[in-house]
Every structure is written in C-alpha cells, then in structure tokens.
Write a protein that binds this ligand. Structure first.
Ligand SMILES: [Zn+2]
Ligand SMILES: [Zn+2]
Ligand SMILES: [Zn+2]
Length: 295
C-alpha cells in the first residue's frame, strides 16, 4: 500500500510501519462512525521524506487523506460531531479560528500523530489529513517541526523544515572536539544553531515566498481573500469524485502537495464545486472548478 512513487528521486518500496497502518485504520474508523451510510474514501496516501544536508532521506512520514463524504451529505454530521468523534476515539481535538466564513478546520492530536480536519463551505468536502511521526531508518533524530505536507507555507530550502543550521545540526558550539569550534551560524541574526535562511522558522518568510514566486515566473499578488473562479469542468457526479481528481493533479512545478479548500454552491440547474489552495512547492495559487449534478 505504500505510494513511494510520490517521492521524487526515491525509488524502492518503503516498509510500512505499524504507526501508518494504525493511523489509516483510525481515520477510516472515525469516518465510518460519522457517516455510516457511506464508505469513507482514502483519497490519497503518500510519504514526506525527511533529510538533513545530504539529498538522501534519513526518514519518512506517512500521510493519509480521507474524504468522509463529499456532496449533498443528507445526514451531514455537524463539525462538533466530527470533533466529538475524534475525542471519543481518544484524540485531543481543537477547533481552529475561522479565517474563512462557512469553512471549518480543526487539529486533532494523539501522541505524535496529528490530523487536520477540514470542512468546506456549502457544505463542501469533509476531509481528514493525518500524519504519523517521522520514522527514521538509522539515526534516531527528534521530530522536525515540519515536513513538506505539514508546513503552513513553503518549506525552507536550506533546512528543509528543521529550523536549525544543518552544517552543525543546531549545535553551533562544539567545544573544539568536532574540529571546528564554532559553526559560522553563530554569527547569524537568528542566533547560534538557527537556520540563516528562515531564521529558525522552518518555512519561508513572506518575502522569501514572493522571491520564489518570481523565480517560477508567478505573479506576486495572491488575489487576497477572493476565492478563485477558474472555468468549470464536467465529468464528475459527486464532490468526492471531483476532490479525488484534484488531489491527484500536480502543480506546474511538479508538486502535488496542497491543502485544498472547497466551496460548494448551487447554480441554476447544477452544483458548482470550487477548489483552491497554495502549492507547497512553489507557492503558486492553484484552483479548479467542477459542475456537479444536483442531488
Ligand atoms: Zn531554514
Ligand atoms: Zn551551524
Ligand atoms: Zn507548485
């Protein structure tokens, strides 16, 4: 069941750790409890590789994107019910502040596992994005603050989400035994051991993001809060099906990782489902729209 094809430049089957099997089971169980008349859909499963200075990964995180039910949802669970379902299953769920009217999101944690719960406007898609802690192959390192899929932005090119200087791995003073005494990062503004590029954040600053957009020939402005209105496509009969399609598509930069928002609205004799998100690779604004039949 591993989807190692998602890893650019990484070949070969990864052993699926018990943690990944457990998490997938939990997500499906919670989703089934919420919507007993519909089968939850695992829309995508993938891995985030974790690396230090060398391009070869030192570990992986396993992720699952589960869609509870996409369209009409006649017996639609309220968002409180969703959070309850996680709580009952032993998770610590917290609703996050509403940044977009009609949309809801929350985080649920259990030990080193985390789930991002999202419900679109309309009601649009209801999804769980769950991830395991990073599983290391040899050196057992601590958990990085972010990996590609979990950063609320674009990962820093220099530290790959660690936030620390990878020359010294955050140990800016070696006491001389390591042969260098002080790492050059000691002199940086963010402080000893911190990544110079992102000042220890792990992901790019807004300024660095606009620089990156320029590198990719993208417009600097992101259109503010207006939800994009791309031309609508046909060919799907449910929002789940449309979302499954969207989640398989890649950005022009090659990256597919993107946290999708969704608005479902009624228009004349059909439904209009709109998806939008920011690419986790190049910060491009991505958007798709689909016409769906009325329920
Ligand atoms: Zn950095
Ligand atoms: Zn350093
Ligand atoms: Zn991109």
């Amino acid at each position: 069941m591993t989807d190692t094809t998602d890893e650019q430049g990484h070949e070969g089957a990864l052993a699926v750790p018990e943690s990944a099997v457990w998490l997938k089971g939990q997500l499906l169980e919670i989703a089934s409890a919420l919507s007993p008349d519909r089968r939850p859909v695992v829309v995508r499963e993938w891995t985030d590789s974790v690396r230090l200075r060398d391009p070869a990964p030192v570990g992986h995180r396993f992720l699952f994107l589960v869609c509870v039910s996409g369209d009409d949802r006649p017996s639609s669970p309220g968002f409180d019910d969703v959070l309850n379902a996680f709580t009952v299953a032993g998770w610590n769920a917290h609703q996050r502040s509403l940044s977009h009217p009609g949309e809801s999101w929350a985080t649920a944690r259990r030990e080193d596992f985390e789930v991002k719960v999202y419900e679109g406007n309309g009601p649009g898609i209801l999804t769980f994005t769950g991830w395991t802690p990073v599983v290391y192959t040899e050196r057992q390192l601590g958990q990085p603050p972010f990996t590609l899929s979990t950063a609320s932005g674009v990962l820093c090119d220099d530290c790959h989400g660690w936030g620390v200087c990878l020359l010294c791995e955050g140990r800016a003073y070696s006491g001389g035994s390591g042969g260098y005494g002080r790492c050059w990062c000691v002199a940086n503004n963010a402080g000893p051991g911190k990544c110079v590029e992102c000042a220890g954040r792990g992901f790019l600053t807004p300024k660095a993001v606009s620089w990156k957009r320029k590198q990719y020939g993208l417009p600097d402005a992101d259109g503010g809060d207006a939800f994009p209105q791309p031309p609508a496509e046909d060919g799907h009969d449910s929002n789940t099906s449309a979302f499954t399609d969207v989640s398989q598509r890649s950005c022009a930069c090659g990256e597919f990782r993107c946290f999708w928002r969704n608005i479902l609205s009624e228009a004349d004799d059909h439904l209009l489902s709109r998806f939008a998100g920011t690419c986790q690779g190049c910060a491009a604004q991505r958007a798709y729209a689909f016409t769906l039949p009325l329920p």
